[in-house]
Design a protein around this ligand. Structure first.
Ligand code: GDP
Length: 473
């Protein structure tokens, strides 16, 4: 790859590496210092770029308030197995087709959009909270409203409770759909009462959470459910600027034999157009075609619209962000950079990064621990105290952050030792690590995370902790 980028022969690069005592073959990985040495040796000039350089400007342009327009809500359906999530999704979709609005075949692309009272609503077509959690673990939030399905002839079950926790952790408002109202044993009030115990206060019980009685079998109440979604959506005042280069989120993606990489995305802001050059995760491409949930070709897709995108170099992951960029070279640069980073992470993982944030979380889950330890170093007493008080107790019902050590000043070997003992990453706020500490951390696989904005720091920790919630069984 290095040879390629310099338009040199790989064999010449390998030779120079040999001269440096590095016996490597094409495909092996060298570090950036060695790459710079080789490149300069061959008469090329090297510009070192950092993450912020490469990814700068990708998604940091704020929208002017006057450019904002209302956008449809994106809805996920969650609940216990067999309570009727799939049936409900099918019925909602069917109801629209029956209205004659769509006609033709429906195509499962992972999301679909319907209309109620002239207002559009997008649904994620994968029921359950697995997809939801997977996306959130990547820092993505695709959902505006969560429908909690509870069967009226059953009751609140383990996955109902899980779903409630997920929605609450993500701060996504819920609507309760009490399903199977057609069954003889249906008792909606029993469901409402049981939900109280899990701090879900529905309207009927004097709370604010909308609840609707439905039957996914007969279709009764579906219209009320859609009305409730529209009402909730109005309360949320969902908005986006449609008039800018698009950004979206990947819902699912696969490699299709005939069509190549196919990614279903939901546009989050801007309008995606055929021919746009996009980066999605570490893949990139020119949008060759866009297809809606009826298999029809689209020319463009605005905010909250789901669509299949064809033309990417490979399949990105669910939760990856898709961003329009202004040139192919820019797209390639970002995608190259991200691929490189992914490989580096892989190498680091193989080397056993015991103290990385993610690795620590995995370890804790395996051990069933409920405290996630952190070591914090900051530039002033004030900042350290602020971070300590925001982090302590942060988390979910399953796991909470616990600051095991907090101090002022640069990171030293003693901090790394402490982090090793608790197998925790070190959170650095506006401070750096001295050389010995850096080397020790590297050797021992302790991750040092640098921050200069407290919000980012808290957000990262919060996201990681909530990603720990056990997946649906
Ligand atoms: P999921 O696991 O939550 O996706 O549940 P499904 O949609 O697969 O439904 C589980 C079972 O309940 C299926 O046999 C459905 O036919 C049935 N079912 C779903 N909704 C209703 C309903 O409103 N009334 C009745 N009687 N059966 C339902």
């Amino acid at each position: 790859e290095l040879a390629n980028r310099m338009s040199e022969r790989a064999v010449d690069v390998v030779k120079l590496l040999m001269a440096q005592g590095q016996m490597l073959k094409p495909g092996d990985i060298i570090d950036s210092d060695m790459a710079q040495l080789i490149a300069e040796e061959m008469g090329h000039s090297v510009v070192r770029v950092s993450e912020s350089d490469v990814e700068e400007g990708l998604n940091d342009t704020p929208d002017a308030p006057e450019a904002m327009e209302p956008r449809p809500p994106v809805v996920t359906i969650m609940g216990h197995v067999d309570h009727g999530k799939t049936s409900l999704l099918d019925k909602i979709r069917e109801a629209r087709v029956a209205d004659g609005e769509a006609g033709g075949i429906t195509q499962h692309i992972g999301a679909y959009q319907i209309e109620r009272d002239g207002k559009k609503i997008s649904f994620l077509d994968t029921p359950g909270h697995e997809a939801f959690t997977a996306m959130r673990a990547r820092g993505a939030q695709a959902t505006d409203i969560a429908i909690l399905v509870v069967a009226a002839d059953d009751s609140v079950m383990p996955q109902t409770i899980e779903s409630i926790k997920h929605a609450k952790a993500a701060e996504v408002p819920m609507i309760v759909a009490i399903n199977k109202m057609d069954t003889p044993g249906a008792d909606a009030n029993k469901v409402r009462t049981e939900l109280l115990q899990h701090e879900v206060f529905v309207e009927g019980m004097g709370g604010e959470i909308l609840d609707v009685e439905v039957s996914a079998k007969t279709g009764d109440g579906i219209d009320n459910l859609l009305d409730a979604i529209n009402l909730q959506s109005e309360l949320l005042e969902l908005q986006a600027n449609p008039d800018r280069p698009a950004e979206g989120i990947v819902i699912e993606a696969q490699l299709d034999k005939g069509r190549g990489a196919v990614a279903t995305i939901i546009v989050q802001r801007g309008t995606l157009k055929k021919g746009d050059i996009v980066v999605a995760g570490s893949e990139w491409g020119r949008v060759r075609a866009m297809i809606d949930d009826h298999g029809k070709q689209m020319e463009e897709a605005g905010p909250s619209t789901p669509c299949e995108v064809l033309g990417l170099s490979g399949a990105p992951s669910a939760g990856d962000q898709l961003v329009v960029v202004d040139s192919e070279s820019r797209a390639r640069e970002v995608s190259d950079y991200r691929q490189r980073k992914a490989r580096e992470l892989e190498v680091a993982a193989q080397a056993g990064q015991r103290g990385s944030l993610e690795q620590m979380m995995t370890n804790l889950t395996e051990k069933g621990a409920d405290k996630a330890p952190f070591v914090i170093k900051g530039d002033t007493q004030g900042s350290v105290e602020a971070i300590r008080s925001s982090l302590d107790g942060l988390g979910t019902d399953e796991v909470q952050a616990q600051v095991v050590h907090a101090g002022v000043g640069g990171i030293t070997e003693s901090d790394v030792t402490l982090a090793m003992a608790s197998q925790t990453p070190i959170i650095a706020f506006n401070v750096r690590a001295n050389k010995q500490a850096q080397e020790m951390a590297k050797r021992e696989g302790i991750e040092i995370r640098y921050y200069s904005i407290i919000y980012d720091l808290i957000d990262d920790v919060k996201n990681t902790l909530s990603g720990m919630l056990a997946p649906e069984r």
